[in-house]
Design a protein around this ligand. Structure first.
Ligand SMILES: C[S@@+](CC[C@H](N)C(=O)[O-])C[C@H]1O[C@@H](n2cnc3c(N)ncnc32)[C@H](O)[C@@H]1O
Length: 330
């Protein structure tokens, strides 16, 4: 069977193989410079094929991995549910459509909306490699008050909010909430990215959604603004283009991201969520948890806890805690 992650990697490698190495590296450098400004623009940043090839080769593996990780946590909270349709808003070259395909294999109606025609064109081209995406529709649309999102099961919005004005962010989240039964929003794992996720989370909850992941509850986030930010990490293998642009020989990098997955479906959020990398000490594991009573707590799991201690040694940043099997029946 086709593994979407592997298929995507191969499709992107083929794309870069078609470019002279210097040209690819220059396009990436231009892209990084353009994305440094965090202010919304009046026109697409991804203007031509060189821009979108650079975006796809350089950023898409990381945005794919972040969305994949957010969707995995969401899927755990809605066991047995499979989206019957998907709309990816600000979808660009389609990273989130690949992540949805990897999370819930199979065919479904898929629509990608973006204002950058070259991004849509390349997304369509790469998607030819994955049978489930061959019928996807790639449509030009501007996010703002005039945006209509067709009714669907799942809307994804990945790495888009930071490119929008406050009014457009609000219009997008409200539009997604009225169109879909589940909305998954992913942003960079920075204090600003987290703040935009919280703003969207508040709007989704006000629209009647329940937070399914990462939070164990839908009440206010217990993090005091300005003191910390909730974020996670997804491991991404570095491509040869990455090494060329960034130097160094590391085989991977950790993509930091913040996210919220909210739904009108019945959901079983995690008992608690591991919100930092666990610290393994001799005979004990320290877990920083976001807990269902709306508090952050550090818990120490020791050898005396038996199987739970074994589970804690395997626990990872971003995991639900305790693991499924140890969760009290509700
Ligand atoms: C950083 S890229 C993210 C692409 C993709 N979602 C991903 O995760 O890889 C941001 C995308 O948002 C799109 N975008 C930004 N502002 C937009 C707007 N006002 N209307 C439509 N698309 C917009 C850009 O064209 C670009 O494709």
């Amino acid at each position: 069977m086709n593994d979407p992650a592997e298929t995507l990697r191969a499709a992107l490698a083929e794309l870069v193989d078609g470019l002279p190495p210097r040209q690819a590296a220059q396009a990436v450098e231009r892209l990084i410079a353009n994305y440094r400004g965090d202010t919304p623009t009046d026109a697409p940043i991804l203007r031509d094929r060189a821009d979108v090839v650079a975006y796809a080769a350089y950023r898409m593996p990381a945005t794919f991995a972040a969305v994949r990780s957010a969707l995995a946590a969401f899927a755990d909270a809605v066991p047995g549910w499979v989206p019957g349709g998907h709309v990816d808003v600000g979808g660009g070259t389609g990273a989130a459509t690949w992540a949805v395909g990897a999370t819930w294999p199979g065919e479904r109606p898929v629509t990608v909306l973006d204002w950058a025609e070259p991004a849509l064109a390349l997304g369509r081209e790469i998607a030819g490699a994955l049978p489930a995406l061959r019928e996807a529709r790639w449509r030009r649309a501007r996010i703002g008050a005039g945006l209509t999102v067709e009714e669907t099961d799942l809307v994804t919005v990945s790495y888009v909010l930071n490119e929008l004005t406050a009014a457009d962010r609000a219009a997008l989240v409200d539009g997604a909430a009225s169109a879909a039964r589940a909305v998954v929003i992913v942003e960079a794992g920075t204090p600003d990215g987290y703040a935009r996720v919280i703003e969207a989370r508040d709007r989704l909850v006000a629209a009647g959604f329940r937070v399914a992941a990462p939070c164990p509850h839908s009440a206010a986030c217990p993090i005091v603004p300005g003191t910390d930010w909730c974020h996670f990490a997804a491991r991404v293998s570095r491509s040869s283009l990455h090494r060329q642009v960034k130097g160094g020989s590391l085989a991977y990098e950790d993509e930091k991201f913040s996210y919220v997955a909210a739904t009108r479906l019945p959901a079983e959020p995690a008992g608690s969520r591991v919100i930092r990398r666990p610290q393994i000490r001799k005979g004990q594991v320290l877990l920083d948890l976001c807990e269902p009573d709306e508090r952050l707590r550090r818990r120490t799991v020791t050898k005396r806890h038996g199987d739970l201690y074994k589970a804690a040694r395997d626990a990872d940043w971003g995991d639900a805690w305790p693991p499924e099997a140890d969760r009290p029946a509700s």
